[in-house]
Structures are given as C-alpha cells and as structure tokens.
Design a protein around this ligand. Structure first.
Ligand code: PEP
Ligand code: MN
Length: 337
C-alpha cells in the first residue's frame, strides 16, 4: 500500500500516522521527496481498511498495490487447489462436469435425469432443493425432501451431489451433501459464508449478478478466513444491458481468475445464457478458456420443467454435447496445455 501525504502535514502528524499503521504489524517506509512525502507499507496489509486510511486529514491518496485477499491469492499459494469428493476431483487439470435439473421435482424426474447424466459421462449430480426464485409465487423447491432424493440418486448412481443452501438455518440438512452451492443471490451473505467457513464442506460459490471478480474473491476469502479452503468459484453470467440472453457470460473470468487465484473455476453456461441452444457452444468455449468444470442444467422434459426449462438440455442433447466436450477436453489437454 502506498500513501501520499498532504503537503501541509506536520512531522508529528506523519509520525502519528506511521505508528498507527505499524499497529497492523506492517513496516512503514517514509520517502521524502522535493514536493511530497510518501509512506510505503511493507507486509500483509489485508487487515488495513483503505477508507480508514483515506479518512485521515493528512492523507492525499492511498493505493493498494497488493490484492486485499490473502487465502485465495495465488501469490501466497502458487499450486492449484484440487477439491476431491468421493474420488472425483475439481481443479488441477482435467475437466469435471456437474449436471442435473435446475430443481429437484419428483423422484421419477430426478432418478431418470441422474441416470441419464451419469451415462453421458457427468461426474457430479446437481439439483436444487431450495430454490431462489424471483417470484414468491413460483415453485420454491422441495426443501428437505429434495435433499433426501438427491442422496437417494447418489446411492443409485454413485455421483456426488451438489445443491444450494439459501439460509443458514437449514445448514444441518446439508450434512450429507457433497458440495454446498452458494447461489449468485447469496454471494455476499457474509453470515452464511462465515458459517460455511467453519466447516470443511466444499463450497461452490457463484458470482453475484453484478459482482466484480474482486468481490467474488473477497467472498471466497470470507469462507477461507474461517478455515475452510475447499472453495470452488463459479462464473454464471453477469447482468448487462443485453436483453437477448438471460445474463452475459464473462468468459475472460477464467484466465483472469486463474492468474489471481489457485481456486478451481467452474462455468455455468445454463444460467449465463438462459437459452438451450447456447449451452453447448458456451460449454465448448469454456473448455477452451481452461475452465476446471462445467455446471449444466439437464431435464428429462424441459418443456414441463418446474424451473429453467428454457435453458435445460434434454438427456439426448446433453449426451451429444458431452461427446464434443470430452473430445475438446482431450485436444486442449494434449495440444493447448
Ligand atoms: C442454480 O444453479 O440453481 C442457480 C439458482 O443459479 P444462480 O445462483 O447462478 O442463479
Ligand atoms: Mn436454474
């Protein structure tokens, strides 16, 4: 962090500011030039609030030169994090595919979808039991019954399960869930993030609708700062002025996050586009960009799905897309890595 001091500041005020900064266990280095004085901070500045420094009257400007996140930062953890669940991995090379319905609806719907995605080569089963819907009158999910059905589907297929938590009060229901998803709308529910940080459960953290990548990383930091380093980041489209797609897929997030963090990166082409025919091309683009995993919605009967039918693939479409995804994965692995 670099702090530029106002000309009018007295030496006493500068010394006071430096002692305050030193109380955060950083070293201060005062550089006195012809026209201005600058304090350089050396050490871990993550606990220093830039706004609090800026609020001091003798401070002209403050600039962070290091990111405000430490646990998620590749600088302090150069090796890729690999999340391993029931023998399946996300991160560290290779491509994992998480597939399944938007919502768990019925036993028949979930079991048929789970078997179909398994046969097509998916690695994980997804399905929402608690659904964050824009309308309070829309289907809200089966709740506990939905989680029980996912556990049953795991028993039948062997696929580890991924499902979303919306409220901290439901946390005990997730004890037997393999990966807990935090949805876009909850990305900055810091109480929920901290509580998940106190477990060792893998967390799939989705980017908020209008969150920056730094905000996504700071949310990951909330989980990690409590001790849980099993965090997976998910880009699922951000809100822009373009109404043709549900969201706009920010694919540059993959290589950019790769530079900034060691955490695995998932692309969700279903919520990113909202359109069935765009899911395959965006999945292939995500594989090329280097994503560690894809999260894809699949439904046995999209036209009659209780949520997100328009973006859900049929099992046949998913199978055909998986053939291309796996072929491209091999090519990327052998030729582009
Ligand atoms: C979901 O994956 O079911 C979901 C609701 O996604 P998002 O939080 O990205 O909208
Ligand atoms: Mn959905």
């Amino acid at each position: 962090m670099i702090i530029i001091i106002k000309d009018k500041a007295t030496d006493k005020q500068v010394n006071e500011l430096m002692s305050w900064l030193q109380s955060f266990s950083v070293k201060t280095n005062l550089v006195t030039g012809v026209h201005s004085r600058i304090i350089g901070l050396i050490g871990d500045t993550t606990s220093i609030d830039v706004d609090a420094v800026n609020a001091r009257d003798i401070v002209e400007t403050v600039k962070r030169v290091q990111e405000p996140y430490k646990n998620a930062n590749r600088r302090f953890h150069p090796d890729d994090t690999v999340i391993e669940v029931r023998g399946r991995k996300i991160g560290g090379g290779g491509l994992s595919v998480i597939a399944g319905p938007c919502s768990v609806e019925t036993e028949e719907q979930l079991m048929a979808t789970a078997i179909a995605v398994k046969e097509a080569g998916a690695d994980f089963l997804r399905g929402g039991a608690f659904k964050p819907r824009t309308s309070p009158y829309a289907f809200q999910g089966l709740g506990k019954e939905g989680i029980d059905l996912l556990i049953q589907a795991r028993r039948e297929t062997g696929l580890p399960i991924v499902t979303e938590i919306m409220d901290l009060s439901d946390i005990d229901l997730f004890a037997d869930v393999d990966i807990v998803q935090v949805g876009a709308r909850n990305m900055q529910n810091f109480t929920l993030l901290k509580a998940l940080g106190r477990s060792d459960k893998p967390v799939l953290l989705k980017r908020g609708l209008s969150a920056t990548l730094q905000e996504l990383l700071m949310s990951a930091e909330y989980i990690m700062s409590e001790g849980n380093s099993n965090v997976i980041l998910c880009e699922r489209g951000i809100r822009t002025y373009e109404p043709e797609t549900r969201n706009t897929l920010d694919l540059s997030a993959v290589p950019l996050l790769r530079q900034k963090t060691h955490l695995p990166i998932v692309i969700d082409p279903s919520h990113a586009t909202g359109i069935n025919s765009l899911v395959e091309p965006m999945s292939l683009a995500a594989v090329t960009a280097g994503a560690d995993a894809l999260e894809i919605e699949v439904h046995i009967d999209p036209k009659n799905a209780w949520s997100d039918g328009a973006q859900s693939l049929t099992p046949e479409q998913f199978k055909a897309s998986m053939r291309k995804i796996r072929a491209l994965e091999k090519f990327v692995d052998s030729e582009l890595k």
